[in-house]
Design a protein around this ligand. Sequence first.
Ligand SMILES: Cc1cc2nc3c(=O)[nH]c(=O)nc-3n(C[C@H](O)[C@H](O)[C@H](O)COP(=O)(O)OP(=O)(O)OC[C@H]3O[C@@H](n4cnc5c(N)ncnc54)[C@H](O)[C@@H]3O)c2cc1C
Ligand code: SF4
Ligand code: SF4
Length: 637
Amino acid sequence: MTPLQVQVPGEGYHRELISCQVACPVHTDARGYVRAIAEGRFDDAYLIARGPNPFASICGRVCGAPCEAACRRGKVPRVDDDGAFVAADRPIAIRALKRFVCELHGPESTEAVSLLGQIRNFGPPVAANVDEMAAMLHATMNGRVRRVNGQSVAIIGAGPAGLSAAHDLALLGFRPVVYETEPVPAGMLWLGVPAYRLPREVIEREVEVIRALGVEIRCGVTVGRDVSLADLRRDYAAVILAVGAKSSRGLGLPGEAGPGVFGGVDLLRAVSLGERVEAGGDVVVVGGGNVAYDVARSVLRQIAFDTARTAARMAQTSRVRLVSLEGLEEMPADTVEIMEGDEEGVERLNGWGPVEILRGGEGRVRGIRFRRCLRVYDANRGFAPLYDDENQLTLECDSVMLAVGQAPRLDFLDDGGADIEQFRPGWPKTDPKTLATTAPGVFVAGDLAHGTRLLIDAVASGKAAARSVYEYVTGSRLDSHAVTSHLVEHRYRRESGYESIRRVPVPLAHPEERLSHPEALVEKGYTQEQAMREASRCLDCGVTPVFDGTRCVLCGGCADVCPTLCLKLVPLTEISAGAELGSVLEASLGEDADLSQHSAILKDEDRCIRCAACVMRCPVDAITMERVAYTTEWSCQ
Ligand SMILES: Cc1cc2nc3c(=O)[nH]c(=O)nc-3n(C[C@H](O)[C@H](O)[C@H](O)COP(=O)(O)OP(=O)(O)OC[C@H]3O[C@@H](n4cnc5c(N)ncnc54)[C@H](O)[C@@H]3O)c2cc1C
Ligand code: SF4
Ligand code: SF4
């Protein structure tokens, strides 16, 4: 029999069990706000969600939600109506819950200055982290971290990375000035994410709070044209490059250059800014990711809207086809995007790679030719498409949109950036820890630092860049360490039946209603009752049953009552005793103990639903439910 592999809980073990918080790039205490919603403490819930994240309201609408992908509830066995465990459950709808509290207590409903006051005065009750605004503010207030005296820092780009850096720099006492080429702030959140997913008013209000901290945003100023990087480096204590990856990538296909072919993000930008787009009514979108869906669904709405308004256009073909190299299972787009696109009428073709864009009279696009893609990735998951050239498909259309990736534009480096080395064209070489470039005092953040990812990754890197700027300008080192405490929950009880509640579906508008206007929202948001019900499904992973080996009489009662069968009483001889376990056994049993005479209780953390049945069953009080709490202390040396 293969020995069982075990892990001995050590420093940080319990923290790692709060998988939603671990997975979030800014370590939002999702557990904290989800449980607060379940208990009806909505104002606390908002402040916990906002603590480390200046874009909490926007995240509540569109975050890619890595916390949900990691949520333990999505891994534990699901209970059927008859009480039997049938399959893996579904994660908590963390993002939709965040939207619920942000709408109630965030900038959507509260004026910026009063909101800032509330955020300042709030101390996170349980699981703080280094990104926590309160932790940083407390450190500057009690003198552990010296506030700087209004030195100016220039930030190029008002996307989530640039604005998050500005937000934290303002908290540390800097005067951040953000230069933005577009007429609006928020980068791709405004220019890329369609309004049917993210209302522009939510963006405006969230950015207003950042402005209220003293951040100056100069929209309509292009660095490299209106002001040079050389000027900024001369006039400011430090510069952060947060220009994102804004240019649509092309494919270099025959026929690609010319009218009727659009870059995906260029198209979205034009739609977002209300610019006229000379696209036809028979559109092929090339790409299989979320951006391709944003493009396809935006075009569909524009066509539907134009058609409704202009009787003359009704005779035209009005369709949007999305062609992806990948098969359905491998498409990089989120399942929800694919499903909603299907519902709205995006015609999806999987497994085709573009070969040529066909042009007719006067160079107009008349179609696009594809070849069959037999395989996209090789055995090592490397991108290595394999085609069948004999199997081809031609789609007639009048417009082609390419949503196949983005790249940064760094022409502004020409004046003042000669010492910024690039590891490949368009991507600056940076220290991954400090985000410093090879030029003194110049840092990067966001998509430019890590490639295109999620908005919350950009927020995290903006905050990291702010810390590095602080260290660079003050010459001191910022330190943070977590102070951990274990609190025994003597009165721990869960809501009745929480383990069998199914995920509450996020209410959606009917497809017809969605297409009635380009900005008609798809997601409607939870009611209070729905939100509290969904939140009550959370397993509260910050609480865990802790076993006291000195009391345990190995009766096995806990294993008998555990509803998810996550406890197991096993002889020590069946366990693989690595060095770590070896020293634990030696300390508790002595050096020459006969392991065949001893047993241990093993726990499968993935399955534990924190029901406390084991605690109640234990005849010798050897098990306690303990809440692991953290606070972060900052200091600078
Ligand atoms: C279409 C689309 C949809 C997306 N949807 C989601 C989503 O639903 N959920 C999610 O989590 N993530 C999403 N993302 C990803 C997310 O938007 C990005 O990861 C994030 O915006 C990157 O932030 P950033 O600040 O690094 O760059 P950006 O947001 O790109 O901001 C950079 C800013 O710099 C400005 N700039 C560039 N050059 C100059 C210059 N020379 N002078 C002055 N200003 C300049 C730009 O105009 C821009 O405003 C989406 C991305 C796209 C493209
Ligand atoms: S069940 Fe709750 S605490 Fe556990 S990972 Fe999911 S949201 Fe976080
Ligand atoms: S709390 Fe105890 S009984 Fe409940 S699932 Fe976890 S280990 Fe099993």
